[in-house]
Design a protein around this ligand. Sequence first.
Ligand code: VG1
Ligand code: CO
Length: 543
Amino acid sequence: MEIKTIQTSPYTDQVCGTSGLRKKTSVFKQKNYLENFVQSVFNALSDIEGKTLVIGGDGRYFNDTAVQSIIRLAVANQFGRLIIGQNGILSTPAASHLIVKRKAFGGIILSASHNPGGPEGDVGIKFDTAQGAPAPQAVTDKISEKAKMIDHYWTCDIPDVNLSEIGEQLIGSTVIEVVDSVEDYALYMQEIFDFHAIQKLFQSGFRMTYDALNAVTGPYAVHIFEKLLGAPAGTVIHAKPLPDFGGLHPEPNLTYAHAFVEKMFADDAPDFGAASDGDGDRYMILGKKFFVAPSDSLAVLMQYADQIPFYAGRIYGVARSMPTADAVDFVAAQKNLPVFATPTGWKYFSSLLNARKISFCGEESFGSGSFHLCEKDGIWAILFWLNILAVTRKSVQELNEELWHHFGRVYTSTQSYEGLETATVREMFAAYEQHAADLVGTKVNNHQIKEVGVFNYTDPVTQETAKNQGDYILFDDNSRIFWRLSGTGSSGATLRVYYMKHEKNPARLHENAADYLQPLQEIFTQLVQLETYTGRTHPDVTT
Ligand code: VG1
Ligand code: CO
């Protein structure tokens, strides 16, 4: 087998965002675009020869061609072993687990996660380190640096590898191993949760619907929920991963998964509803006619963590991203455990998880996880809920409302304005920042402003800093507005605005979150002059 050196020239836009490199499919299909980036990843790492690399993706359009290209580059770069999910499929958490279990050097996950797929949609690449964790900033910076100066890559002329059959073959000096995408992950979940208790729950007539949104988690969900846990066939819907996700949006939230949400609010709704995003690292939980806010979900998991034997005696602390409402803080305080607030993006949790400063972490965007692996993990979170439901035999709504009655409810809502002009948004931010300091002590729409600021973060383990992670306004009653630009979009700018307010009045615990937080939304739009700058009066997505 001959290794070929291909001359190339750099693309200027190969810069990683919140979670790897994400671009329009048409951008990824440009000549040498994928190869440039993958070779830059390899160039940024040293000593790859003979090492093991995990490869898989969420099955979206371009997944299969991209996996074959990556195999060629990895063989030419002389990796010792490639572990590839069958048919090129691996969820992000399953890839993370395989990396650690098989002591791989790292992994390449082909996914643009919650961004739509298809020829008009997006493609993405994430690189995970040997800890199965998203590459930290220092590594992604180095990758981008290498991408800026790349002038050649190495590949080889080999036919497409048959990824449908499990087994091993040697190509050049590289072993190509195709593995079952689900098996190892499912075994791991059985180590963590009490499958026997959950089986009994299903035997008692408990009904669940899981929407895999035709994305990566279908095979995982069918195997775990239906086969191992005995939920009736048909519990998992949209189970087949499809290149275009069957037209469904791969981000489960109140806006995009509307049809599923409606099902859960119907009179004959099952007891429990769940869904995951494109690459399986996020989840949405619903009870019968009841939606669980991600920040409340994290609080419930924390409250009942000691019921899961895997975590008994190993509950150290919890972290949430700064924009995530602080419901979990109250649970942690009662348990006398520390809470960390990090910037958006899973990479900021990794050091805390590895140092065992925390056991659990979560984001407002429907991602939660624990030290069981260094990625967020949708199916894990859903199993966690099932385990709690099995042990307590309470309903989803009861579990939530008990916390509200005890600690008060932290109302929260996230609003996204998509497809804005980056320059205009920056101008709008700059104009606001000019007068921001003067706002302290003033009253806007009857809300007294206590503090304004920019969120800067220093990692308590590595001491690395991340600056300008979002703007915030804190009010006298501790309600809060936080806003930042999304780092996962592939065109224009997406503004995300996060509202939260702690309500202790028992008579006001059951309101619609978006309506309840409307006064804060009005303050925000007024203070940044949203309509003047962007022409927008309503967000595209409210969760
Ligand atoms: C979004 C979410 C963030 C999440 C990130 C990656 O980022 O807000 O919480 O970690 O997606 O998720 P942004 O920068 O668009 O707000 V995923 O499921 O792509 O791995
Ligand atoms: Co995802």
